[in-house]
Design a protein around this ligand. Structure first.
Ligand code: SAM
Length: 297
């Protein structure tokens, strides 16, 4: 396997330069101003662009005067058409993969192609850009030091609730993608499983005209979206605050006081580690307590 940026043998390097490169190119999630100059340059210069929906991406390419031929690669034909693209790459052609919006492979096709490219010793080059997930998190006001991404929840309520049950004790910020026709049902199931009081954020239509970032409890978010049909339109990221770790309960008041004094002077991790050394309590329990205290303001 050849990984870009890793030291490679001359033989592997020689092979990789004889092959074409596979570029994974992020495109905007709404605002065309988020297209990077490097993305435009790569898309103009590669031999072929593999696109999820060639008609949809046609508009983007036209806007940036990109005339490179396209090749359809979507979730239904990816396994089968991947071989054709790999042959092109092995034959020395360069290929750029794009999706309808954002970063390919993030809830979008491309996994099989990228995996096979690595297997074949083809260089895979990411051309970084926007993703709805990171865009939402960056403006969410929720903790971003640790988070998990759950993609789309199942379409049926029973399966959705079952998935949410598994996330009940998750202490990291939990993120989801959601579609307009399921946002209300999903929020209702989140309330039912995780509780109406859990803080969360609905990030809708990011980077677009009707961009909305609403921070409230899950119960309030459900009521707000139910009351205004405009808030049920468009594309959504839902981010939910992680569960409070029970471990942090039961800590002695004096330990908490010392931890807070240290936190006033030190970074969180260091303060927790030092308080743990002084008190003999578990570092993670103190860390969780300090983290929660900061979230609560
Ligand atoms: N690959 C994309 C990315 O990097 O964000 C995601 C593709 S996934 C098929 C599409 C989902 O991403 C939408 O249903 C929505 O949940 C989320 N999404 C995409 N654009 C968005 C936007 N402008 N605002 C909020 N969510 C968005």
């Amino acid at each position: 396997m050849l990984l870009v940026g890793c030291p490679v043998s001359w033989e592997a390097w020689k092979v990789s330069i004889e092959y074409g490169r596979l570029y994974i190119v992020a495109t905007p999630i709404g605002n065309l101003g988020d297209m990077t100059p490097r993305a435009v340059e790569v898309l103009k210069t590669v031999d072929r662009i593999a696109a999820e929906d060639t008609r949809h991406s046609g508009g983007l390419l036209k806007h940036f005067a990109i005339t490179t031929p396209m090749f359809a690669l979507h979730e239904h034909n990816e396994r089968q058409r991947c071989g054709v693209l790999i042959d092109m790459l092995l034959g020395g052609e360069s290929v750029a993969l794009i999706s309808d919006a954002g970063t390919p492979l993030i809830s979008d096709p491309g996994y099989h192609l990228v995996r096979e490219a690595h297997r074949q010793g083809i260089s895979v080059v990411p051309v970084a850009g926007v993703s709805a997930l990171i865009t939402a998190l960056s403006a969410s006001g929720l903790a971003t030091d640790r988070f998990c991404f759950e993609g789309f929840l199942p379409a049926k309520s029973a399966a959705r609730r079952a998935r949410l049950e598994l996330l009940g004790d998750e202490s990291r910020t939990i993120t989801f993608y959601e579609s307009p026709h399921r946002i209300l049902d999903s929020l209702a199931d989140m309330v039912a499983v995780l509780g109406a009081e859990r803080p969360a954020v609905v990030a809708r239509e990011l980077t677009k005209r009707f961009e909305t970032i609403k921070h409230a409890t899950l119960g309030e978010l459900l009521a707000w979206a139910e009351a205004d049909s405009d808030q049920q339109r468009g594309e959504f990221v839902v981010a939910i605050e992680g569960a409070i770790k029970k471990e942090s309960q039961g800590l002695d008041d004096e330990v908490l006081r010392i931890a807070q004094l240290l936190r006033d002077e030190l970074p969180l991790k260091q303060a927790a580690a030092l308080a743990a050394k002084i008190s003999g309590e578990k570092k993670n329990a103190i860390y969780q307590h300090l983290l929660q205290a900061e979230r609560d303001g």
